[in-house]
Design a protein around this ligand. Sequence first.
Ligand SMILES: [Zn+2]
Length: 207
Amino acid sequence: MKSCTKCAEVKELNLFPIRKGAADSWCKSCYTASTKKHYQNNKEKIKAYRQTDASREKKSEWDRKYRESNKEKISARKHDWYVENKKEIGAKSKTRYAENSESARARSITWKENNREKHNAECMKRHTAKLQRFPMWARECQDIKFFLEEIYDLAIERTLVTGVPHHVDHIVPLQGKKVSGLHLPWNLQVITASENCSKRNSFTEAV
Ligand SMILES: [Zn+2]
């Protein structure tokens, strides 16, 4: 038991946040209340701050770090959530996909038309990189062809089932700055498009 220096109540130890290995002097509910109060008093300021690039960058950096150090927890949570909501997710995403696929396609076409050169250059660059990183022996291997097709099908399937766009991603990027991966099944993974876009060509893990 411990007494909170803020509300002066005596509470169980697990009701205090742990900081640097020791229970804090304020209890959890006092922290929550104080955070809430601070938010209420500074609502407009906080909202405005959250719109700034600095805040967004900070948030995405925090998210990235959190994802990195909680990989297993997150994937277990995602899995549980998916299993629990499978049916609804499937039904919802089918309608959403049907409703949005037209406008999404139209948007994408408009963008490509307005940015034709940029788009073509990007395609060309990716295509060349893929060819360069797709070994001759592998191109003739039926098993590899089969697995590559399976992976691309999986991305389409996940997009349809979840309603969230999924991409096939090269784990080690084809056009990485330090290392270049190969266009082979074991260097491919299906991830959400937003994850893929935030990843870009960075590859920081030890190789
Ligand atoms: Zn307290």
